[in-house]
Design a protein around this ligand. Structure first.
Ligand SMILES: [Zn+2]
Length: 240
């Protein structure tokens, strides 16, 4: 009688122990980014210690100001606004970066907080016009004197945004609007900064509107590369 009771308790304790070990394993795997993929097919963003407490400012291009580039149908009705595309990708990017451990603020185009802004990095997200061209491009200030951080950011974008999206570079269309971007002159000179045109609303419509999470992953990976020397020195996986 007594013996069978002890056996029963033993079995229950073994079962509880097994459940605890399973739970620890699942939580640990999710923490490291090995959770079940979401509906978009991407694994959830894992924690990256290099991103801890890093202050990231994203500008949601045109937010609070105008709609940016627009696409129109044959009747002249607007079918797509750049500002909406930028806002969605900024939102998704902020969520991924926060999961990685960064401290993220999404700002409007002419946010008052940009004046003298001190942050670990600033990236402004825009998209290009509605023509049937394809490709991304990034630019940093042509006027600033502290450029090491800016250049590292550009290198990370060139490697990791391409890695996640498969988009080609479209460098020939970098304009003075980009290299003399207003925010570059307003933020503190010590804040590394770049502006990224995520793709064309026309030729890259499918990526920007139907797979914005891919673009957000590309931006996130580029910013994590900026903080993490291992990623900076590594070779990113090719897209797909
Ligand atoms: Zn724009």
């Amino acid at each position: 009688m007594r013996h069978s009771l002890i056996q029963r308790i033993q079995r229950i304790l073994i079962l509880i122990g097994f459940i605890i070990i399973l739970a620890i394993g699942l939580v640990g795997a999710r923490w490291a980014g090995f959770g079940l993929p979401g509906l978009d097919g991407l694994a959830p963003q894992g924690v990256n210690p290099a991103a801890f407490n890093q202050s990231v400012v994203l500008i949601s291009g045109h937010a609070g100001f105008d709609s940016g580039a627009v696409c129109e149908d044959a009747d002249g009705a607007i079918t797509l606004r750049e500002a909406d595309v930028n806002a969605e990708i900024a939102r998704l990017t902020a969520a991924r970066l926060r999961r990685a451990g960064a401290d993220v603020t999404v700002m409007q185009e002419y946010d008052a907080r940009l004046e003298g802004l001190q942050a670990d990095v600033l990236l402004s997200l825009h998209a290009d016009s509605c023509i049937e061209a394809s490709g991304y491009k990034a630019a940093v200030s042509e006027e600033r004197t502290t450029t090491a951080g800016d250049n590292r950011l550009l290198q990370c974008i060139d490697r990791y945004y391409v890695g996640a999206t498969g988009l080609p570079a479209h460098p020939n269309s970098v304009t003075h609007d980009m290299t003399q971007y207003h925010a570059f002159r307003r933020i503190a000179p010590t804040t590394p900064a770049a502006i990224l045109e995520l793709g064309f609303l026309g030729g890259d419509n499918a990526l920007l509107t139907r797979s914005p999470q891919l673009a957000a992953k590309g931006v996130t990976d580029a910013l994590l590369c900026f903080f993490d020397d291992d990623l900076f020195l590594a070779t990113p996986d090719p897209a797909g």
